[in-house]
Design a binder for this molecule. Structure first.
Ligand SMILES: [Zn+2]
Length: 393
């Protein structure tokens, strides 16, 4: 895994020297509409009218989010509002059915994005009234790629943006936006957009001078205790590299210490994961002038991690379908030391449902466990599994 991750980074940089248009690595994320205001208080804001994996009667499980203007009661008041790429990327598909065709995707754009660790993900923007980009074009999060629409009238009077984030470029025009039955394999293809974006909410940057030791502390850069930086990257002379590739190339020498001396509390592994513990001081030395940037998770970090863990565990324990439409809180006592969530799975029609419970230790979100049980008999059918601190994606 580590080796292939490294090579995919190599390919990104090799690719940028060839004839094709160089595609910048993602360094910032944003919502495709803004401002986001789920409460509806801000009439100029947008709310998610149909959540990711929500079950809609007659349609199925929603593979994305439906972003709608807050001026409720006027279904298409957001028609024509700008839609932004969620991050820098390259357009890989334009779907533009004739205006006479009330296709339920409507005008649609798919963009591929490259993360600092070399992985790719895809974002999809559907039902647009207008497309302002071309296939192969590099798009930036500050410039709209199109406008909110109603899918050539298919959603007349209810214009909205259907937005998806996926690990695969899987164009499925026969069943736009919904799965009648949600399989674990399909769930693994998707990202929960809001959780994913909030998971990477804040960015902290430090300037590193060549060969000069940078000394800092987690408090000094206002990073909360036990925060993992899942997307750290380093910019040196205008080129962005993941922390992993920069360390491997010998361009950066991170060393970490606390008041008690060298520690593993602030831990860096070869995939570039950094974990901040309390009272952590750190030192970084770079061979050239660099901007060292850490993307730190937002408030939904634990939900995002829980959903990913549970769907992954379901695939390992060979469940085939996601049974419930969404992640459900168990409503535990807030004085509990754990944050508990559950998601249920089965193996097809006429089989028992099993639910997976995810427990995250509050105050240490990297320490997390899963177990699965049969709700009718309340019997445990799988063991607790503790996830390793470094077992991060
Ligand atoms: Zn939708």
């Amino acid at each position: 895994m580590r080796k292939s991750g490294f090579c995919s980074v190599c390919l990104v940089f090799l690719g940028s020297t060839g004839g094709a248009i160089a595609q910048p690595v993602v360094t910032d994320f944003r919502s495709p509409v803004s401002p986001v205001d789920q409460s509806g208080a801000n009439k100029n804001g947008y709310y998610d009218a149909n959540l990711f994996l929500q079950l809609t009667s007659g349609r199925g499980y929603h593979s994305g989010e439906d972003w709608n203007g807050n001026k409720k009661g006027k279904g298409s008041t957001d028609y024509g509002d700008p839609v932004y790429p969620t991050a820098v990327g390259k357009v890989v598909k334009i779907f533009d059915p004739p205006l006479t065709q009330k296709h339920s995707w409507g005008k649609t754009v798919i963009v591929v994005h490259i993360l600092p660790d070399g992985r790719k993900f895809f974002s999809l923007y559907a039902h647009l009234s207008k497309i302002d980009v071309k296939n192969g074009q590099i798009v930036y999060p500050n410039k709209p790629l199109g406008n909110i629409g109603d899918a050539n009238g298919y959603y007349a009077g209810a214009a909205h943006l259907h937005f998806e984030m996926r690990w695969v470029n899987d164009w499925t025009p026969t069943s736009p936006g919904y799965y009648k039955t949600l399989t674990v394999a399909n769930a693994l293809k998707y990202l929960d957009p809001t959780l994913f974006l909030d998971d990477r909410a804040t960015k902290v940057s430090m300037k590193l001078q060549a060969e000069k030791l940078f000394v800092g502390s987690a408090e000094g850069i206002q990073i909360p205790d036990y925060t993992p930086a899942v997307l750290s990257y380093v910019t040196c002379q205008g080129k962005t590299k993941s922390l992993f590739s920069a360390v491997m190339a010998g361009g950066i020498d991170p060393s970490f210490s606390t008041e008690e001396g060298p520690t593993s509390k602030w831990d860096i592994d070869l995939t570039g994961t950094i974990v901040f513990g309390p009272d952590i001081d750190f030192q970084i030395k770079s061979s050239q002038d660099c901007l060292f940037t850490i993307v730190v998770p937002g408030n939904n970090f634990q939900s995002s991690r829980a959903r990913g863990d549970m769907i992954e565990a379901a695939s390992h324990t060979s469940f085939s379908r996601v049974k419930l439409e969404t992640l459900a809180d168990l409503g535990v006592d807030s004085s509990s030391a754990f944050d508990l969530r559950s998601l249920c799975f089965d193996n097809g029609p006429n089989t028992a449902v099993a639910c997976i419970i995810h427990a995250t230790e509050i105050g240490n979100p990297l320490s997390r466990w899963i177990l699965w049980y049969e709700p009718l008999t309340d019997e445990y059918i799988g063991d607790w599994v503790q996830r390793d601190l470094n077992d991060m994606d």
